[in-house]
Design a protein around this ligand. Structure first.
Ligand SMILES: *Cc1c(COP(=O)(O)O)cnc(C)c1O
Length: 398
């Protein structure tokens, strides 16, 4: 679990700085905070690392999606194209702003298929959310081209691809806006937390104002004297999250280098297994290597191999069977069961959108015979050796 594996004295020191001032909020208390601005520093360091003009810390990756969609003016009456393979938050965020998520197929990258976008476009389509699942890029160059042709906005959900890149450019920095998550499972973690990046000052302002009740943060005197242009809400990151984020960001390069090494060793063990093919990664150099995904020619074989690996103590996930990351398995979502009775789903002005397995044939086939294993930062030689032997024994059952 990546960054969470490396939490140590660097994070402690950063957190102690915050405890020492007694100011846990990111804004104001200029005198009391004794020059300590952890969220601000984290944002600056993050923007620099990702080659982006602006970064905004928020409470979670889910909040980041909602704040970004709001800044992009996506709302009631709009449709947003999202891949069938993603975490639920992508779809939830679209609903949260009053828009309708439209499900599209994946390609051999396991990410949004650029060729399926035109099939899902209607006059109401406003944006596309490519999701860089399991640490590696979608065919983002092609997706950008399709979006440009059809005048659609791009919000990259890069919650799972922090530190990954495509042809030398960081994922998250391709679209109008990009978001990251720092929950416990992600490549770097602040417990809960998220980040939005953009090169567009106007979008940055709209996000920044919205995420803090409309405060324009231009007052040099006191927060109570801030001006405001738009109505907002509260999605503010706190100083502890900023502090831990600073320490974790410094470790991101190390996390990815270690994962790449470990992934290469696991790949070597799987390569000789008859029928095994690896996930298409558009730019292997830019892979963050948090996961290793491979497939077998038939679902039946994949199921047999998964069981045999499990018997060897090697866990893999088949995401066609996963309850949280594959739209056709979200029974509450398919039932359009919301807490409120009046939502985008049952607004008579909206199009009735179906989430049928028939609309995503490639996902139905490929995800059903793909197995995915997590790649750790700390995988000692003895563990890798045991896994290699386990893989070889499991392969004998095929
Ligand atoms: C984790 C995740 C999110 C949500 O992030 P949180 O910080 O957990 O709210 C959004 N999208 C994807 C693809 C994720 O994996």
């Amino acid at each position: 679990m990546a960054g969470a594996e490396l939490i140590g004295k660097e994070e402690c020191k950063e957190v102690m700085d915050v405890l020492g001032t007694g100011v846990f909020a990111r804004y104001s208390f200029d005198k009391e905070r004794q020059g300590i601005w952890k969220v601000r520093d984290f944002e600056k360091a993050f923007a620099k690392y990702f080659g982006s003009a602006y970064a905004l810390g928020v409470t979670s990756g889910s909040a980041a999606l909602k704040v970004a969609l709001t800044a992009l003016d996506v709302g009631p009456g709009d449709e947003v194209i999202c891949p069938a393979f993603t975490f639920m938050a992508t779809y939830e965020a679209v609903l949260e702003v009053g828009a309708i998520p439209v499900m599209a197929d994946i390609d051999d990258t396991l990410n949004l298929d650029p060729d399926d976008i035109p099939n899902k476009i209607t006059p109401r389509t406003k944006a596309v959310i490519p999701v860089h699942m399991c640490g590696a890029a979608a065919r983002i160059d092609k997706i950008l081209k399709v979006a440009k042709k059809h005048k659609l906005l791009i919000l990259e959900d890069n919650a799972q691809g922090c530190g990954a890149s495509f042809r030398g450019k960081m994922l998250g920095s391709f679209g109008q806006m990009g978001i990251f998550s720092f929950d416990h499972y992600k490549t770097i973690t602040t417990g809960e937390g998220g980040m939005i990046i953009t090169d567009d000052l106007d979008l940055y302002h709209r996000a920044e104002w919205y995420h803090d009740h409309g405060h324009d943060h231009l007052s040099t005197v006191h927060r109570a004297l801030d001006g405001r242009t738009i109505i907002g809400f509260n999605y503010r990151m706190n100083e502890f999250q900023g502090a831990i984020g600073l320490a974790q960001l410094r470790k991101l390069g190390r996390v990815i280098a270690a994962q790449k090494k470990n992934k290469a060793a696991l790949k070597e063990a799987l390569a000789p297994v008859s029928g095994v093919k690896f996930r298409m990664i558009p730019d292997p150099e830019g892979d963050s290597a948090t996961f290793l995904a491979f497939n077998l020619p038939e679902r039946k074989q994949a199921m047999i191999f998964q069981k045999a690996l499990k018997a060897e103590g090697i866990d893999t996930t088949c995401f066609k069977d996963n309850l949280w990351h594959y739209v056709p398995n979200w029974e509450h979502f398919l039932a359009k069961a919301t807490a409120q009775t009046k939502t985008a789903f049952n607004d008579p002005r909206n199009r009735r959108v179906a989430y049928s397995r028939k609309a995503i044939p490639h996902a139905e086939d490929l995800l059903g015979r793909t197995l995915i294993m997590g790649v750790g930062v700390k995988m000692p030689a003895a563990k890798l050796k045991a896994m290699r032997q386990g893989i070889a024994r499991a392969a004998a059952t095929l």
